[in-house]
Design a protein. Structure first.
Lengths: 229, 172
């Protein structure tokens, strides 16, 4: 009996690993390629919008205000737990939309606000960071599994890395599909931010925008389509 | 002297702590430079800083006032004739949107000082002046606000239209 089980594991494990590898390659191939057919859900796509202090939120609100709201709905705004300004700004914006809607209750449901644990606060020791990073990763995973976003929009705050990686893992496991759009912050003129560099190198972002032409020259896979601010 | 003749300089550090800038604008050299350039009032938003500038009122000198935070920073910017700001992109673009002359002072104490990238680039494009706390007085003396060119605000439409295209939505 014990032999049978170990035999089964011996056979199953390589199969499972190669399946995952094939799936990983497939997801890698599909990421960055435009969708050929219209999105299945005509009602709108679940959209995750990552906010952050230090100018990130202002840029994201500029993007969201330009989006066709019926296509990108419901919208889930995410910000770090310690950042109380960003979600407030998004709330003010969404409220301004509600004022214009006839069906106010539905309009309110269209926007959700989520707070997320940060891996590491400024000045936190490296030892306690291990525990908080683990907690933050699990929390992020849970948020991604719960929301299963179809579109992720972000522009560089540290919180976007675990969110994007989690959703990529979900893609590989076949539990959901999201298109990740990364727009590097306008403050980055000569070099990418650490978040930007990671998403660029790992090719996790489906489309990668920069806001300065000289930055596009350094990172040829990026796309320059003007400034947001 | 009526309110119309007042020319206010608004100093803002956003939500940061930037005592070096507050100290710089509180120095006699900077105040003298501002007075010589025809400014009458100095309003300092000092954020989380601990350095308290000296409040001054009276004739013939620069009137100085300060506060820590305000929800209506935009109003102060609108009423100012010159803005001296930290290098945060929020304050920079808010000021440029109001077409106000701007001196950005880069905080050299920050570890990862990527913010000077933006200020330097916009200074090169003649949208603002860029300074360090120690060179602020000199910058004020030498600046000519007439040489600045207006900043044309960016537009998210091209980015959004590419996102739409990627997702298979028709372009409109």
């Amino acid at each position: 009996m014990g032999l049978d089980v170990s035999m089964a594991v011996c056979y199953a494990l390589p199969v499972l690993v190669s399946l995952l590898v094939v799936r990983f390659a497939y997801v890698k191939y599909c990421s960055g390629h435009p969708h050929l057919k219209l999105p299945a859900s005509a009602a709108g796509m679940r959209c995750l919008i990552v906010l952050g202090s230090g100018g990130h939120t202002a840029e994201m609100v500029n993007v969201v205000s330009t989006l066709q709201k019926d296509r990108y709905t419901p919208r889930y705004y995410v910000a770090a737990l310690t950042d109380n300004m960003s979600l407030q700004k998004a709330r003010v914006y969404e409220l301004s939309l509600v004022q214009r809607e006839v069906d106010k209750e539905k309009a309110i449901e269209n926007a959700q606000f989520v707070q997320i644990y940060r891996s590491r606060e400024v000045g936190q020791s490296y030892f306690t960071s291990i525990a908080t990073t683990l907690l933050a990763t699990l929390h992020t995973m849970w948020i991604i599994i719960r929301i299963r976003p179809q579109v992720i929009l972000c522009n560089g705050p540290g919180t976007c890395i675990p969110l994007c990686v989690s959703s990529f893992v979900l893609k590989v496991l076949g539990l959901g599909w999201s298109s990740i759009f990364y727009i590097e912050s306008i403050a980055r003129v000569k070099k990418l931010s650490l978040s930007g560099l990671m998403l660029y190198k790992l090719r996790i972002a489906d489309q990668f925008f920069v806001q300065w032409p000289q930055l596009q020259k350094k990172y040829p896979r990026a796309c320059y389509a003007g400034r947001l601010m | 002297m009526g309110d119309r003749d007042r020319r206010t300089v608004f100093v803002t550090v956003g939500t940061t702590c930037f005592d070096a800038l507050v100290k710089a604008v509180d120095s006699p050299q900077v105040k003298e430079a501002l007075l010589q350039k025809g400014y009458t009032d100095l309003v300092i938003q000092m954020g989380r800083g601990t350095y308290i500038p000296s409040k001054v009122s009276g004739d013939g000198t620069l009137q100085v006032d300060y506060f820590t935070f305000s929800p209506s920073i935009a109003d102060y910017i609108r009423d100012a004739s010159l803005v001296i700001s930290h290098a945060g992109s929020g304050s920079i673009f808010e000021t440029l949107r109001h077409s106000k002359p701007l001196i950005v002072v880069v905080n050299e104490d920050l570890m990862d000082n990527h913010q000077s990238e933006l200020a330097d680039e916009l200074a090169e494009m003649k949208h603002l002046f860029c300074a360090r706390p120690l060179t602020l007085a000199e910058t004020i003396w030498e600046m000519d606000v007439e040489t600045l060119t207006p900043y044309v605000p960016g537009d998210a439409k091209p980015v959004v239209s590419l996102i739409n295209k990627f997702l298979g939505f028709p372009d409109d």
